[in-house]
Structure formats: C-alpha cells, structure tokens
Design a protein around this ligand. Sequence first.
Ligand SMILES: NC(=O)c1ccc[n+]([C@@H]2O[C@H](COP(=O)([O-])OP(=O)(O)OC[C@H]3O[C@@H](n4cnc5c(N)ncnc54)[C@H](OP(=O)(O)O)[C@@H]3O)[C@@H](O)[C@H]2O)c1
Length: 189
Amino acid sequence: MTRVVYYTATTLDGFLADPDDSLDWLMRQDLDEHGAQNYGEFITTVGSLVMGSTTYEWVLANIARNGEPWYYSQPTWVMTSRELPTPDGADVRFAKGDITALLDDLRAAADGKDVWVVGGGDLAGQLADAGQLDEVIVSVAPVVLGAGRPLLPRRLDLRLVETARNGAFVTARYEVDGPLKEDRPTLDG
Ligand SMILES: NC(=O)c1ccc[n+]([C@@H]2O[C@H](COP(=O)([O-])OP(=O)(O)OC[C@H]3O[C@@H](n4cnc5c(N)ncnc54)[C@H](OP(=O)(O)O)[C@@H]3O)[C@@H](O)[C@H]2O)c1
C-alpha cells in the first residue's frame, strides 16, 4: 500500500535549513551511508516525489554547483506559483494550489511504492491538514540553530515506531496519528 512519507534531516530544535536556506550544518555531519534509515535503502521504496519550490531551487543550485545530473529517476512534482526551469533528463512536473488534488497522480505514479514528501515543512503540513501524511522519518543532527525553516509547523500527535543511531544522528520513524488530541473536537463540544 502506498504511503505518504516525509523523510528528512532536522536539527534538534526542529529546523530543516537555516534562515538563508543553508544546509552546511548538515553536510558536515558523520553519517554511515549503510546505517539506520540510510538514503540508499529509503530511495528504493520511493515511487514518486513532491517538494516545495525552495527545496527544488536548492537541489538545482546544488547540482549546478557540483556538475551533477538530476538526482531522481522517479516522477517529481514541484509545488510552485512560479515558472521554474527543468534540468536535462528530469521528470519534473509543476503544480500549485490544493496539494490533495495531486494525490491521485502522486499515488498512481508511485505504482505501489511510497510517495516521498521531500520538504519543506509547510508542504508536509498541507498534507497533514488533509489527513494524508502517513509517516515522518527524521534524522536528528546534533545541531541547534535557533531559527530557520521549520520541520513541520503544525500541531500533530505522532506514534514513535522505531529509533536508532546513525553516526552523529538520532534516527526516528513516526506514524502520524492526527491533530493534537487537545485540538480534536469532543462529543460534548
Ligand atoms: N534538512 C533536510 O534534509 C531538508 C529537506 C528538505 C528541504 N530542506 C531545505 O529546507 C528548506 C525548505 O524551504 P521552505 O520551508 O521554504 O519550503 P519549500 O516547501 O521547499 O518551499 C516553499 C515554497 O513552495 C511553494 N509552495 C508550497 N506549497 C505550495 C502550493 N500548495 N502551491 C503553490 N506553491 C507552493 C511556495 O513558493 P512559490 O509559489 O513562490 O514558488 C512556497 O513559498 C529549503 O532550504 C530546503 O533546501 C532541507
């Protein structure tokens, strides 16, 4: 069954990137590429991807800087209200507005594998708002930034499913339970 999975690295204080969208704090961390929650294994479970435009522009800048090809063989949707370039050989599709209107396409493209929500946090939140975010898988770096791009700016209850260590990171996988219990309507109002 296709699941909608938000897989990302975060600082201990819940930021995906610093206020300037830098990931330098992340790239220098010790990581075992064969260890817990490693990317190589994860990406084999992914059938389609969705990301916001800031994340997409970071990827574009990174591949240009390093002279690398587009990273993903799977169909990738980018949420944006703007016109953005597509790298050579990339299967990138653009969409805007209601993310739930895309879900049928994302699931169909996943073809039985999972949908990877690459980020950012509000995009994962848009899916959670619609009750369509199934899992959050995080690698927590030993860094606090105090400010930056938030991991998941919503009020949600999660269930811890597994945890481990990978190099400098604490890794954890959660299932999304739903809105914070305190926020849920009660029978007596
Ligand atoms: N730590 C990690 O492993 C990790 C993982 C992922 C991302 N990141 C980084 O974290 C940062 C995330 O940036 P961010 O918080 O700005 O989030 P983002 O989701 O990457 O980008 C947000 C932008 O996407 C567009 N967008 C989102 N939802 C939309 C919708 N429904 N319809 C139309 N457009 C929509 C909007 O821009 P426009 O409409 O103006 O285009 C919005 O400002 C980036 O620096 C990224 O590189 C880090």
